[in-house]
Every structure is written in C-alpha cells, then in structure tokens.
Design a protein around this ligand. Sequence first.
Ligand SMILES: [Zn+2]
Length: 105
Amino acid sequence: MGRRKRRRTRPVAVVKRKLPTVFQCPRCGAQAVSVTVKKTKEEKYVLVRCSNCGLSMRYDYKEYLEPVDYFSRFLDDYGEGKISSQEENIGGENGESEELHNGEN
Ligand SMILES: [Zn+2]
C-alpha cells in the first residue's frame, strides 16, 4: 500500500527539567558536589561543596547565574589550584597566596 502518512511529528515540547544541582567532583570523582545558595542577614553567597571529600568554595551570589555556572567556575578554580582541600579555608580572599607545603604540622 502506498499510502503515505505525512504526519509531521512535532518536536516534543521540551519539558523544563529541574536543573541539576549536583555535579561530579573534580577531585574525588563522586557525584556529590552541590551548589547551594546561602543567605545570611546581609549577604547571599553560593557554596559549592563536595559532600564526599569536602572540597568547597564559595562565590558571590549572582541572580543570573545557574548552579552549573558556579560549578564551572569551581572546576576552573580547582584546575588552577585555587581551591584548597581544607574546608576551613573558605572566605579568605585577599590575594595572599599561600603555598601548600607538605610536612608542615
Ligand atoms: Zn570530592
């Protein structure tokens, strides 16, 4: 039968998915990096943190940025060695470079 079905399949409407907020950690490889917006009385910031190995970094909150944008900055910063492995090392951002030396302690 030569009946042609000419039905245009419309592209299925793209369902707006919830944007992922959990990403893969560049250090330990676990799918455990979360991007959280933190609010304090005076400021809002974004904390990117791996719940597996504790790698974390905070960023200024920007309305127009998506979690994935923070994550890509996180990756960049990690790649450049800006993110220290210590969790406490959050917030100090005054251009002082501190080299990590092993064997100190
Ligand atoms: Zn990790």
